[in-house]
Design a protein around this ligand. Structure first.
Ligand SMILES: *Cc1c(COP(=O)(O)O)cnc(C)c1O
Length: 416
């Protein structure tokens, strides 16, 4: 067990120790990791890190003391707005990530519907594919989660959702795309259902918010997915994913200020005076905000167009390899840059053993179930590693088939 050094250690030694601590971490900057980290190259990464460092000690709890952070947040919202289909009525906040954006949307809907009377035991209606963060939000805020089976194409089934809605429903959820199989839900269908029942509709575009905007510009046919769809009341996009900025940056955008007004929290019920905050956190580093601002400015439309094109090409290459594979089944053709796949015959091929084999070859993929599947979040960096990955995937499968190995599902995230 480490104890605090009695005498401080000189910085060079501290950094040497820090570097040695990460010797067993996954190698994401070299495109060997299909989860958790996103890399747009050394230059964008240096911009992100330098901007973070410059503002890491500034506190976004008070934009009165740090007007720079107020300006940066408002710039980030206006730069990102067009991706999300925002107009002059739209209003949003930056948050620390997709989870906080989703927590705040559920909390805002709860406060809105409880305040307007009628709703006493709020529930949300969402497909089984919607992110685990909605479950967390329900657990934290005393809201019931009503999960609805997805269709055979893994998309939300609007016909299954409708009968579950009742007078205590506050919110419907659609994802663009959903994380597990990477397909886009029927956003217009779910949003019009929400309008019909007078409830809110959130689009979780935490993954797709950047990519889908640029795939559209690149001429890929993308079904309607953002605030331009009537009935959508809010949308989220994670800048620390396909925005390629430092961790700790997401945007939640509401159709109007009225909807957004339920997100904040204000109290004077203590001895410290008036206290107001827009999200879960109190003190909040300016680092992630400055980093997002800097990376958006540095990459620009042309940068994101190229990064999206590279990520999509790598995704298509992998998807086609899996579709043609004798032993693998692609769960759904990827609508953006996420995909998952399983074994044609799960009794003959254990995909988690394949993931173990890939790990020994230096690759990291996500494991998920049900059904037992491997999941890849493909980003720009994979354009140059996808050939090597495909070849190691095949050799891993061969090894597992030959030796009939078994493996474990593992967990997504952990409690340590
Ligand atoms: C990543 C993700 C989230 C959660 O975001 P965090 O940044 O991990 O908190 C929510 N929804 C989807 C679709 C995601 O991919």
């Amino acid at each position: 067990m480490k104890t605090l050094p009695i005498q401080g250690i000189p910085a060079p030694q501290v950094f040497e120790d820090l570097e040695s601590l990460r010797s067993n971490d996954v190698d994401w900057r070299n495109g060997r990791v299909f989860s958790l980290a996103y890399y747009a190259g050394p230059e964008a990464s240096a911009v992100a890190e330098d901007a973070y460092r410059r503002f890491s000690g500034e506190n976004a709890l008070s934009t009165d003391a740090f007007p720079s952070l107020r300006i940066m947040q408002s710039d980030v919202l206006s730069m990102v707005g067009p991706w999300l289909g925002a107009d002059t009525d739209s209003a949003g906040f930056m948050t620390s990530g997709g989870t906080e954006s989703i927590l705040m949307v559920v909390k805002a809907a709860r406060d809105q519907f409880v305040a307007s009377g009628g709703v006493t035991q709020p529930n949300i209606v969402l497909p089984t594919s919607a992110h685990a963060a909605f479950e967390k939000a329900c657990h934290y805020f005393g809201v019931e989660s009503r999960r609805c089976a997805v269709g055979s194409d893994w998309r939300a089934d609007v016909a299954v959702m409708e009968p579950v809605i009742d007078s205590n429903t506050i919110l419907l959820v659609a994802s663009a795309p959903q994380y597990p199989q990477g397909v886009i839900d029927d956003v217009p269908g779910i949003a019009s259902l929400a309008m019909k029942h007078g409830v809110n509709c959130h689009v979780d575009a935490c993954m797709g918010g950047v990519t889908l905007a640029y795939l559209e510009r690149l001429g890929h046919g993308i079904p309607p997915w953002n605030l331009k769809v009537p009935g959508v009341t809010s949308i989220s996009v994670d800048l620390h994913k396909y925005g390629y900025t430092s961790k700790g940056a997401s945007v939640v955008m509401y159709r109007n200020k009225q909807l957004r007004s339920h997100q904040g929290f204000v109290t004077d019920n203590w001895l410290g005076g008036m206290y107001a905050s827009s999200g879960v956190l109190g003190t909040k580093s300016g680092g992630a905000i400055a980093s997002a601002w800097a990376v958006l400015c540095h990459l620009g439309d042309d940068g994101y167009t190229q990064l999206t094109d590279r990520a999509r090409r790598a995704t298509v290459q992998l998807a086609e390899h899996i579709s043609d594979h004798d032993h693998l089944v692609l769960r759904g053709y990827p609508d953006s840059t996420l995909l998952s796949f399983g074994a044609v015959d799960p009794s003959a091929l254990n995909v988690f053993a394949v993931a173990d084999e890939l790990r020994t070859r230096g690759w990291y993929v996500d494991r998920q179930s049900p059904p037992d599947s491997l999941h890849c979040t493909v980003s720009a960096v994979h354009r140059s590693t996808i050939d090597a990955f495909i070849s190691d995937l095949d050799s891993s499968i061969k090894k597992v088939l030959d030796s009939r190995m078994s493996g474990n599902v593992g967990t997504y995230g952990n409690l340590e």
